[in-house]
Design a protein. Structure first.
Length: 229
């Protein structure tokens, strides 16, 4: 009976997803909302990347809620998975298998490139694909490799906590400056727009994206490190 129910459920999902796949047709004309954002983001914010302009400025308050949720996840995991006081990295219970020489040597070469690429994605999010969330995730992936290659390494949770807290405070402060000196919370026009398409352009968007990248990277790194305990 259980197998029959499983088969019926699989057939039902196959019919649903099959209908979605066959019924999909690419939109040939832009909707009025899409046309509005594609026009206004480059003109008002000076950001070629429309997605970043929307996430950081037009719906910046939602983005603040997202990073707040990520902070609560990191704090909750830290409470649940905190290392025992008498347990240290390198103990037999926590380090069961040493990494291979290939992983260790490869990490020494690749890790700087991963962190550099993460910084590049964060800083260029307003002029190309990327942004704070994406760059922070890239940095956190480097932390995964660091833990795999060097299991005895220990992240400084105090430093990471202070860093992400400071980034969050500055993020909110910039949002308040937008309320006072511009048109709303996290309005990026508190800084000059600069030359369109250059690194130092789009007002405060690069600065806000950098703070997001620091905050997301620090929080995800703490989450990842907690899970190895």
């Amino acid at each position: 009976m259980k197998r029959v129910f499983t088969l019926l459920a699989m057939l039902m999902f196959a019919v649903i997803y099959g209908g979605l796949a066959t019924g999909y047709s690419e939109r040939t004309n832009l909707s009025p909302l899409a046309r509005h954002y594609l026009t206004q983001v480059p003109q008002e914010l000076g950001a070629p990347n429309v997605v970043t302009g929307i996430l950081i400025t037009f719906r910046g308050f939602d983005t603040l809620g997202e990073v707040a949720v990520l902070f609560m996840v990191a704090a909750g995991i830290g409470i649940l998975l905190d290392r025992r006081p008498d347990q240290k990295p390198g103990d037999a219970d926590s380090e069961r298998r040493a990494p291979s020489e290939l992983v260790t040597n490869g990490a020494q070469i690749i890790l700087p490139l991963i962190f550099l690429f993460g910084a590049y994605v964060i800083m260029n999010g307003h002029i190309s694909a990327g942004g704070g969330f994406q760059g922070g995730a890239v940095v956190a992936s480097g932390v995964v490799l660091l833990i795999l290659a060097f299991p005895c390494s220990q992240l400084h949770h105090g430093f990471l906590s202070v860093t992400e807290s400071l980034a969050g405070v500055l993020y909110v402060a910039i949002g308040i400056l937008g309320l006072v000196f511009a048109g709303g919370f996290l309005d990026s026009r508190i800084l000059p727009p600069g030359d369109f398409g250059t690194l130092f352009s789009a007002g405060a968007i690069p600065l806000i994206s950098t703070l997001l990248g620091i905050k997301v990277g620090a929080e995800l790194s703490v989450v990842i490190d907690r899970f190895r305990n």
